[in-house]
Design a protein around this ligand. Structure first.
Ligand SMILES: *[C@@H]1O[C@H](CO)[C@@H](O)[C@H](O)[C@H]1NC(C)=O
Ligand SMILES: *[C@@H]1O[C@H](CO)[C@@H](O)[C@H](O)[C@H]1NC(C)=O
Ligand SMILES: *[C@@H]1O[C@H](CO)[C@@H](O)[C@H](O)[C@H]1NC(C)=O
Ligand SMILES: *[C@@H]1O[C@H](CO)[C@@H](O)[C@H](O)[C@H]1NC(C)=O
Ligand SMILES: *[C@@H]1O[C@H](CO)[C@@H](O)[C@H](O)[C@H]1NC(C)=O
Ligand SMILES: *[C@@H]1O[C@H](CO)[C@@H](O)[C@H](O)[C@H]1NC(C)=O
Ligand SMILES: *[C@@H]1O[C@H](CO)[C@@H](O)[C@H](O)[C@H]1NC(C)=O
Length: 838
């Protein structure tokens, strides 16, 4: 029922968001002046007032108005009428505007030197300044060319004085039209990523004057002022595109664009996000990873530039399937950019990222390139996209404050803090909007509800998740996803926690087999009453666990927190642990193919833990006993997430409660006390050896050099004689190429340092290839050489995205939507609600 309620809440939430997206923006200050005109001029939905009727704005000792006929204009676009009249100044003169709302404003000016018998405007040279800033210096508009200038200034005084001053005594100044208009304060944030050196942050943008160089709609049509809530013009990208043959335009239905918090219609209109330039089909289909889509712009040297890239993944069919690199002036600014991660696992969701290119790196040209990265699992085509691009010139003065961001802790802190703020902001906005909606008043006070959006793109989160079939689940403060069992139900299901029904013991407590009244079999993990975990932590963990849904992860069905119990109820895995099938029991030996399929499945599960969430989740205890097999021998990873509140290593517990098990532990973890996804990769490498050799990872009964499987295995692999130690029961059935590749993969996983190890995605790729080599017939072996080379190239591509120092959990407020939501799991879940409902 809680879910139903939440669903309704979710729908209202979405409606509100949509509603607000449709709200037209009303600028607090909005001066539109047709200079030198005697009549008001209407352009689209805006009226430019004749400055003759606004004598109070203009202070001029010597001004003349001149006009021309429309057919003499060089331009015929919508704004052409504004160029028909001009006000000409023979001495310094000013327009003064009352500023109702301090903050960012656009100042736009239109110039065309009209032909006139008495005044030669083509000889005009002048400056334009505000009381604080020089906007144009020694400006000389050329004949027959209309010039449109757009500046963005933070105005902090109550009036704005715009002064036109002729340069030199015989010169003239003129202007055809002026706009002064408030824009949302969050349109330009204070910080941006610095292109070079990478990893540094530019601070102080909010005080800077910016001049628009380009607003560009990549792969889309020109957008005219009437189709933009801030009346901007967005150009097409064709004329800036180099080698257009490697790219193509892509279009998506405009109405289906979602937006991250803080990405409003004022940031950019839907048409910018719903069109993009992507890799050409030919490049995609030929798996061309070494392709750049590049745009080149001529800019003035010696200035800093603010470059805003707009992204919206409208091309992908699945989450996390698009990984690409971005370069600005040949410097890498994003590698393996995964838009799904930034948009909290949703497609077609608009975001933008700001960069500052400093003067030293921008010498007259500005080049933006995108190129595909290798897909994490090798099963999607290479692609790269860009939806929109804005280039703004920053007035160079007053060196910016550069803040170094160390790659580790503070970044994560930022993410966590950001997510908390983001989640809080979402709630606040939702409440405000609900009130607004109830009063049935249009949200005119829009500017007051803007939520600041971080440039790093990672601070905003939705509290709502959606499964692939469109149902909404709650992951809220109290409403936890998953079924809350009554203690008596679990007592009954486990025969009152019968010791004979124990199927496993772990740091957390005992695991019992259970049978619910409707015959559903479950695994019931009962927290040890003496365990150090508090109830609150337990609840936090349930939230984390319930967000993780994947075919290759053991699903949490429910929990019980009655009477201070901490019980987790999982789906029951018929075939027990992988370890049990490898040695020490009476199961028939698994074939090599079966083993590979299990390894691939488990690798998929781990890859999802590492990459399926905003923040990587590190398992911390990857071992064959934590890989479970269902009735069809499908592998699922178990026991993840509990790591968070488990006893820390320094508490020197000897039990399995120490996260990470002896024999599987990453040696680098000991050295650096820093946990990364690569620690899981190491442990997984040990599992792969175990699968191959079918022996315990630590066997003290063996001769000394054989005790530790990892050391022993790597030694044989390095000698090139891995086949000597393969499980004798299957040794004959493994094809040599398959074994060779498998051995290489193990060796890479067990590399000494994390950076040398492949990512889980690469491991997955390699294992699939091992299976392919096992199944392929010998005639294809010629091409294998190439494939192997390619795989080796792939390995270093994926960077360690998150280095997590303490606890690898997802922050409250994030959500999962995964296409792989386990169907059987939801079936169980719905049955439970029916049969065991409170
Ligand atoms: C132009 O519009 C303004 C404001 O609507 C009005 O006050 C003024 O009289 C108009 N001027 C002319 C010449 O129509
Ligand atoms: C310029 O303005 C005058 C009125 O001041 C008008 O008579 C004349 O027709 C206008 N010229 C053109 C080319 O519009
Ligand atoms: C740009 O910088 C120059 C030099 O510091 C300064 O005089 C001018 O006012 C600045 N212009 C703007 C628009 O801030
Ligand atoms: C501007 O255009 C007009 C009319 O088309 C033409 O007579 C004139 O020579 C042009 N001026 C320049 C400088 O090109
Ligand atoms: C404008 O500048 C003031 C003072 O420098 C600053 O406090 C404010 O945040 C700025 N506003 C915007 C919208 O950047
Ligand atoms: C611009 O707006 C007009 C009408 O307001 C609409 O017909 C047109 O399709 C829009 N163009 C784009 C590119 O959205
Ligand atoms: C793409 O461009 C970047 C930056 O110029 C460059 O470093 C990279 O090597 C290029 N890639 C290809 C395949 O040309």
């Amino acid at each position: 029922m809680a879910i139903k309620k939440f669903e309704v809440g979710f729908i209202i939430f979405v409606m509100i968001v949509i509603r607000c997206c449709n709200c037209a923006f009303t600028p607090a200050d909005n001066y539109l002046i047709d200079c030198g005109s005697l009549t008001n001029t209407t352009i689209g939905d805006r009226v430019f007032i004749a400055d003759a009727s606004l004598s109070w704005t203009l202070k001029s000792s010597s001004s003349i108005i001149i006009n021309t006929s429309r057919d003499l204009l060089p331009s015929s676009d919508d704004t052409a009428p504004l160029y028909m009249n001009a006000r000409v100044f023979t001495a310094s003169s000013s327009y003064t505007f009352q500023i109702k709302q301090h903050g960012r404003h656009f100042i736009r000016m239109y110039f065309l030197p009209l032909v006139n018998a008495n005044y030669d405007l083509t000889a005009a040279a002048f400056s334009v300044s505000t009381q604080n800033a020089l906007l144009l210096d020694k400006f000389q508009p050329k004949a027959n060319v209309t010039v449109f200038k757009e500046f963005s200034l933070n105005i902090t005084s109550d009036t704005l004085t715009l002064t036109f001053a002729p340069t030199g005594s015989n010169s003239l100044a003129f202007v055809n039209a002026i706009e002064v208009m408030s824009v949302p304060d969050n349109l330009i944030a204070d910080t941006a990523k610095i292109v070079n050196p990478a990893g540094t942050t530019y601070k102080g943008l909010s005080g800077q004057a910016l001049e628009t160089i380009h607003h560009i709609n990549m792969g889309g049509p020109q957008v005219l002022p009437d189709n933009d809530t801030l009346w901007r013009t967005w150009e097409t990208d064709d004329k800036y595109l180099l080698s257009s043959s490697v790219s193509q335009a892509y279009k998506y239905p405009t109405g289906r664009i979602k937006r991250m918090e803080g990405v409003t219609q004022e940031t950019a209109p839907d048409i910018v996000y719903s069109t993009a330039r992507e890799l050409s089909s030919a490049a995609q289909n030929t798996m061309s990873y070494l392709v750049n889509v590049t745009w080149k712009f001529d800019v003035d040297a010696n200035y800093n530039y603010l470059i805003r890239l707009h992204f919206c993944d409208i091309v992908s069919q699945a989450l996390n399937a698009l990984l690409f690199n971005v370069y600005i002036n040949s410097r890498s600014v994003e590698s393996n950019l995964d838009l799904s991660a930034i948009t909290v696992q949703s497609l077609a969701t608009a975001v933008f990222i700001d960069y500052v290119l400093e003067a030293d790196d921008a010498s007259g040209t500005l080049i933006v390139s995108i190129s595909p990265s290798n897909a994490p699992n090798g099963d999607t085509l290479p692609n790269a996209i860009l939806n929109g691009l804005e280039i703004m010139k920053i007035n160079g003065s007053g060196g910016p404050a550069v803040v170094d961001v160390p790659p580790g802790s503070s970044k994560n802190f930022g993410i966590i803090l950001g997510s908390i703020l983001g989640a809080a902001a979402v709630i606040v906005v939702a409440i405000i909007l609900c009130l607004v909606l109830r009063k049935r008043k249009p949200a005119k006070q829009y500017s007051k509800t803007w939520v600041p959006f971080s440039i790093n793109g990672l601070t905003s989160h939705s509290t709502v998740s959606r499964t692939s079939n469109g149902t909404a689940f709650t992951v809220g403060q109290n409403g936890t996803l998953g079924y809350r069992f009554a203690f008596t139900v679990l007592q009954e299901a486990t025969n009152n926690f019968d010791e004979n029904w124990v199927i496993g013991v772990g740091g957390f407590g005992k695991v019992y087999k259970g049978v619910l009244r409707d015959e559903t079999r479950v695994a019931v993990k009962r927290g040890n009453p003496k365990s150090q975990q508090g109830l609150n932590e337990f609840r936090t963990e349930i939230e984390l666990l319930s967000r993780l849904r994947h075919r290759h992860l053991v699903s949490l069905i429910g929990y019980c927190d009655e009477k201070n119990e901490m019980i987790l109820v999982y789906e029951y895995m018929e075939n027990g642990t992988l370890k049990g099938h490898l040695y020490g029991s009476n199961f028939p030996p698994l074939s090599w193919k079966h083993r590979l399929e299990i390894c691939i499945g488990a690798a998929r599960g781990l890859h999802y833990l590492h990459t399926g969430q905003v923040k990587a989740i590190i398992h911390r205890d990857v071992k064959s006993a934590n890989i479970l097999l269902d009735e069809n021998l499908l592998a699922k990873v178990a026991d993840f997430g509990l790591s968070k509140t488990g006893p820390e290593l320094d508490q020197t517990h000897v039990s399995t409660a120490v996260k990470g098990s002896f024999g599987y532990l990453d040696p680098e973890y000991f050295r650096r006390q820093q946990l990364t996804e690569k620690s899981d990769v190491y442990s997984y490498g040990v599992v792969l050896l175990e699968v191959l050799c079918a022996r315990p990872v630590i066997d003290p009964t063996l001769p000394r050099d054989m005790v530790n499987l990892a050391e022993w295995g790597v030694k044989w692999q390095k000698r090139g004689e891995l086949e000597q130690i393969v499980d004798t029961r299957i040794a004959g059935s493994i094809r040599p190429e398959s074994l060779r590749k498998f051995g290489e993969t193990i060796e890479k996983c067990l590399a000494d340092t994390g950076v040398e190890r492949p990512s889980m995605g690469d491991v997955l790729w390699n294992l699939e290839y091992v299976l392919h080599l096992q199944e392929a017939d010998s005639s294809t072996s010629v091409s294998d050489v190439n494939s192997i080379n390619r795989i080796t190239e792939l390995a270093p591509q994926v960077q360690n995205i998150n280095t997590v120092q303490t606890t690898p959990t997802v922050e409250a407020g994030t959500s999962v939507l995964n296409d792989l939501t386990d169907v059987s799991m939801s079936k169980v879940f719905s049955q439970l609600i029916k049969s065991e409902g409170r």
